[in-house]
Design a protein around this ligand. Sequence first.
Ligand code: RET
Length: 285
Amino acid sequence: MFDLATIVAASRAAVGPTSSATGGGGDTVILWIGCGLMLFGVVCFTYLRLRKATAASRGFYDKSIMIVAVATCAYMAMALGIASIHPQGIAPGSPDSMANRIYLPRYADWAITTPLLLLDLILFAKPLLNKGWQWDAMIVVGLDVLMIVTGVVAGLITAPDRWYFFWASNLCFAGVTAYVFTIFAKARRIQEPQVSSRLRLLTGYLLVLWFVYPIIWALYFGGVMGGTIEDLSYMVLDVLAKVVFGFILLMGPAVELVDKTPSVAPPDEESERGTSRVGRVGIAR
Ligand code: RET
């Protein structure tokens, strides 16, 4: 009754004549490889959870599994051509049927998984966090979701408005990276060396990797980069940002030690009265 071919055909019909599957051939292969690698992540993280997780570290495993599970579904949807659209249609006689195409499942994936990645990082930085850190986390996650939403709007509309939304998205991105950088800069203060060095590695890795996403976006929608290279670049980046990030987080004893690591945040009253803005916004002064 619910066979996959009917669902795929219905979804393609629903997005109308501007819809298109992937560019076919190499692009579809790239997306299926992405799907396979994310599935590999699901299997590995589930195995690690069953073997290693404790009551204190379980949340990190669960989030990592959720992140790669969502990506597996998104890559499957993209490989099948579901909700991959050309909002402006394909220009008649255009040699590149991949130009200006947008995969909606990619942005849905990012809107769910980037907040989870940030939460992983924030909770790993627990020894640095002051009272009230939940508000900061909410703001950072809010900015992150707004970054993805303005990014998808930018992809759906035409220039010059497209670039206004692109820069709005970058502004949100700047807020997110400033917060992550604060954690990076203060991670050295954590007394447990394994937690401290792993947190520096995770934040540094995230900052470098995430920075590449808007560059790929601008090159593709600016007409400099073709659709196949864009597909390949995002696939590699997504695997690095989800699967490899998950391994860095979960491998070794660091994830088990976070909960036992003494806090370096000032006592509550002091942090509330503190004059330093950083002290009040939730990361140790
Ligand atoms: C967009 C386009 C508009 C400008 C900016 C962007 C940033 C995207 C980022 C995505 C990160 C995705 C990750 C996925 C994990 O698998 C939306 C591309 C700033 C930073 C980490």
